[in-house]
Design a binder for this molecule. Sequence first.
Ligand code: GDP
Ligand code: MG
Length: 162
Amino acid sequence: MLQDQEVHAAEMERTFIAIKPDGVQRGLISEIVSRFERKGYKLVAIKLVVPSKQFAEKHYHDLKERPFFNGLCDFLSSGPVLAMVWEGEGVIKYGRKLIGATDPSKSEPGTIRGDLAVVVGRNIIHGSDGPETAKDEIALWFQPKELVSYTSNEEKWIYGVN
Ligand code: GDP
Ligand code: MG
C-alpha cells in the first residue's frame, strides 16, 4: 500500500502561468504571485522575458485561425512577460479557477481577471488549460534545469502529511 507521502508526491502536478505585458506594466506581479503563493501552491520556476513574435505564435499556436491571433501575438511580444511554473495538487484546474473566465467582463469577482482586468484583449494572465498543454508550455518556456525541485517548509501544513 502507498504511504500518504507517496500518494502526495504522485498527485503533484505543474502548470505554466504567465503574467502578460499588461499585468507587468500595471504593477500586478506581486498581487498575482501572492494569490498563488497564499493558496498553498509552490513556485518552481520564474523569469522575466520579452518573447519574440515567433515565440508568441508558438505559445498560442492553437489559436492561429482566430481573427485576434496576430494582435494577440503582437501584444504578448510587446514587453516583459513574467513566466512561472507552479506546483501543487490540482494546480492546473484550480489555477484556471483562480484566474477566472477568459473575458474579464464575465469573470467572477474574487478571481484574478474578475478583480483586476476589464477587457478580453488585456486580461493580464495566462494559465495552461490542461495536463497536455501544461507539459508543452512548460517545455516551451523553460529548460528542465530551470525547474527547481525542493521541499517547502509549509507542505506538511498544507497537505497534512509528514
Ligand atoms: P485563456 O486560456 O482563458 O487565456 O483563453 P484562450 O486560450 O481562449 O485565448 C487566449 C487569449 O487570447 C486570451 O487570454 C485573450 O487574451 C485572447 N482572446 C481570447 N478571445 C479573444 C477575443 O475574442 N478577442 C480578443 N481580442 N482576444 C481574445
Ligand atoms: Mg488558453
